[in-house]
Design a protein around this ligand. Structure first.
Ligand code: ADP
Ligand code: ZN
Length: 735
């Protein structure tokens, strides 16, 4: 026993434990929730004090001391630490890595909560300099200088410059020598919650929206709601009114949106209606901007916090409400490292904070519908589109019996022409980017495959490349077969090819392709969506990026090309997913006064799935799927965890999972079923062999008990050294 307390510190290392340290000799004693710098092995690490104890398993004379206390007061509150601990326990993930995921990068790296930032400005002599001659001699320097001159007296933050002009530092050197720019340090800009202008009022709510709002108003305490409203039913209007209540009580609201749901349209809608600027947290921010938003949420300056997945970790001074919009969206689940679901954490966090949580979707997941049936969620339905917009009419086009050219059938082409002539906008949806998904040889049948993955290469016509969508490797596109030298031909359609087909067919149309290839450049996505919203493009061609939550006022026709992939999927979630993506994209049609039409090209028009979808909608699809899952004992009727491994040698990947399986079998349980190890559905990816072990349980407690015992065992087992492995609790992708 020693007099000074022993600190439990979470350090960012892949070990499921906390580390004991003595307080530093100098400076203030670190409180729980503060960051400390600690010696770890031979290095220094940043950690967070997550607890205090009088005793340690480490003998007192072996205990090391923290080197430094980084925060004078707790950076993370008890509620924040609760969430971190919960995540670590629920996802069986090392607490130090959870802390790292929860903190903005500046804080993770030990910077102060109010860091100094470097700014660059153009000097007075820059004004008089000869811009033309500079542009000729050093175009990069000229470009940088022009940005700085435009920015005026405050100049630009280095973070922002890195975003605008990635290699600006080299150009800056030249300009510094010439005395045309200078740099200085200043406090990072604070978040400003105020915006000028009046709060605008929205449309009067219809009776369904009104009853939804009354239900939401019935509780200030923990209560989960599912707002199950068809696309365009005015869910956002209801959230807005409820958020408005919460803000006027002086509390904060946290709104989580899917990865690309955070559009300028949404932000300006929130601003106009609520009269405050939301603090935004998403992956596109600079580290400094992210920290400013995080700080404002933590101090309570930001009343409304809007963000994507990781925003669920944002500290809130005075939380009153959490909303998860489009709860079915897969981007809420992190697919690597700490595999958490922000949607599920929203529920857990709201429960701990004792505040309501609203999940909204037109296509709710079966998990949430199951909660409604069992009575643990309140199910609120908005059955109709708001403001008199009609539901779109959905029809199938049989691609076997109708003629088509390069992926676009005759009836589809005619409909496109008709809608364009009536000044309507058209959206063509398909879930494949690139030109064609397969390159096949006409004579020997050879298919171009990735050397590092078990996958086919996608043809990208623009830069004449074959690219692997799984590992990113690429090689030049050849006219001749790699095997036999005969001519090869791209098979099937990707967004690029459809764009080309449409351009040939409708030369007068403005066509805008929106997928992850066309929107790589920073800001390109926002520009494309803005153009689509304003109606500049006649035809939009895109992947599921285009299907999410957008409101394109002029859009009247949605065409789904290549709809069949999901019909015969092997994953137990295939039909749920397929219904979600079709209904979401269909929901973009006819959201205002003009009625919408949806045409779906399929080679299997007789398939039951289509009849159910068209006649019964998502309700019937989800009812059927729930009944089926109950029968087959899949989630939400059972719980899953997936143990994954990847190694250079297939036998190592399997061996590790066999060891895990044997360990699990040591504590047999009636409620547990272990499936595998088997090869992953894509058995080789980026040069590594992948395998998996599925653990299924009819009760959550047993599953977690097993995983709790398994994790430390695996961390120390020699078989783990040769593999990369992870535990995925509640996996959404089974591969
Ligand atoms: P959702 O979030 O369900 O997709 P939104 O709230 O975005 O729906 O509403 C869809 C469209 O209907 C928007 O243009 C919105 O302004 C309009 N709207 C919503 N509620 C009403 C209402 N009660 N009366 C008239 N228009 C409405
Ligand atoms: Zn590959």
């Amino acid at each position: 026993m020693s007099d000074s307390p022993i600190l439990k510190v979470a350090v960012n290392v892949p070990l499921s434990r906390e580390f004991d340290y003595l307080p530093p000799i100098k400076g203030p004693e670190p409180l729980v929730g503060c960051r400390v710098r600690v010696p770890f092995g031979r290095q220094q690490q940043i950690g967070v004090v997550v607890g205090c104890t009088g005793q340690s398993d480490v003998p007192t004379n072996k205990l090391r001391r923290c080197s430094e206390t980084l925060d004078a007061s707790a950076l993370l509150s008890d509620a924040d630490l609760w969430l971190i601990r919960f995540v670590s326990e629920y996802y069986h993930h090392p607490i130090g890595e959870v802390v790292a995921a929860a903190l903005p990068s500046h804080l993770r790296h030990g910077k102060s909560l109010h860091p100094m930032v470097e700014r660059v400005i153009a000097t007075d002599s820059a004004e008089q300099s000869d811009a033309d001659s500079l542009a000729r001699r050093a175009p990069k320097q000229a470009e940088l200088l022009e940005s700085l001159l435009d920015a005026g007296g405050d100049g630009l933050e280095t973070d922002l410059l890195t975003e605008l002009l990635p290699n600006w530092r080299r150009a800056a050197k030249g300009l510094l020598v010439k005395g045309l720019i200078s740099t200085f340090e200043t406090r990072a800009e604070a978040f400003d919650e105020h915006i000028t202008g009046e709060k605008k009022s929205g449309p009067p709510l219809n009776s369904d929206q009104q009853s939804a709002l009354s239900a939401f108003r019935s509780s200030d305490q923990f209560k989960p709601y599912l707002l199950d409203g068809v696309t365009g039913s005015g869910k956002t209007e209801v959230y807005l009114q409820r958020v408005n209540d919460v803000l006027s009580e002086g509390k904060q609201a946290l709104l989580l949106v899917p990865e690309i749901g955070l559009t300028p349209q949404l932000v300006s809608r929130l601003q106009d209606r609520l009269g405050v600027a939301p603090a935004l947290l998403h992956s596109g921010l600079s580290d400094t901007a992210r920290l400013a938003a995080w700080r404002a949420a933590r101090s309570g300056t930001a009343k409304l916090v809007v963000g994507t997945r990781s925003a669920i970790f944002t500290p809130l001074k005075n939380p009153g409400l959490i909303i998860v919009d489009e709860e079915h969206d897969h981007s809420f689940k992190q697919q690597e490292g700490l595999r958490y679901s922000a949607r599920d954490l929203a529920i857990a966090r709201a429960k701990h904070l004792d505040i309501p949580v609203i999940l909204g979707s037109a296509t709710p997941t079966l998990e949430m519908l199951h909660h409604c049936r069992s009575g643990s969620f309140e199910h609120i339905i908005l059955p109709k589109r708001a403001g008199g917009a009609l539901p779109p009419i959905v029809r199938l086009i049989d691609t076997v019996r109708t003629p088509s050219t390069d992926g676009i059938s005759e009836p589809m082409a005619e409909a496109i022409r008709k809608h364009m002539d009536a000044d309507g906008q058209v959206l063509i949806f398909l879930n494949r980017r690139g030109f064609a998904p397969t390159l096949i040889c006409n004579s020997c049948g050879h298919i171009a495959g990735c050397e590092r993955c078990d996958s086919r290469l996608t043809v990208h016509a623009g830069n004449r490349q074959l690219r692997c969508h799984h590992c990113g490797s690429c090689r030049p596109l050849n006219e001749q077969c790699e095997e036999c030298g005969e001519l090869v031909k791209p098979l099937g359609e990707g967004t690029q090819r459809i764009e080309e087909t449409l351009l040939a067919r409708f030369p007068d149309a403005v066509i805008s392709r929106i997928d992850s290839d066309s929107t790589k450049r920073k800001g390109a996505m926002h520009e494309a969506l803005e153009g689509a919203t304003l109606g500049h493009a006649n035809i939009l061609v895109g992947t599921q990026m285009l299907s999410k939550g957008h409101h394109f006022p002029k859009l009247t026709l949605v065409g789904v090309v290549n709809a069949d992939q999901g019909l015969f999927g092997t994953d137990f979630r295939s039909s749920e997913r397929m219904a979600q993506s079709i209904i979401q994209v269909a929901g973009r049609a006819g959201r205002e006064s003009r009625p919408g039409e949806v045409l779906i090209q399929t080679a299997f028009p007789e398939n039951d799935f289509w009849r159910t979808l068209i006649d019964g909608g998502y309700r019937e699809i989800s009812d059927n799927a729930l009944a089926e899952r109950e029968l087959t004992r899949w989630p939400p009727f059972t719980r899953l965890a997936l143990l994954r491994s990847a190694a250079h040698k297939q036998s190592d990947a399997h061996r590790f999972l066999e060891v895990a399986g044997q360990q699990l079998a040591r504590s047999p349980s009636e409620t547990i079923r272990i499936l595998g190890p088997v090869d992953a559905p894509m058995a080789r990816r980026a040069g590594r062999y992948r395998a998996q072990l599925l653990i299924q349980s009819s009760d959550r407690a047993t599953l977690h008990r097993l995983l709790r015992e398994l994790r430390p065992f695996l961390e120390s087992d020699p078989s783990a050294r040769k593999v990369r492995w992870s535990i995925d609790v509640d996996p959404v992708e089974l591969f």
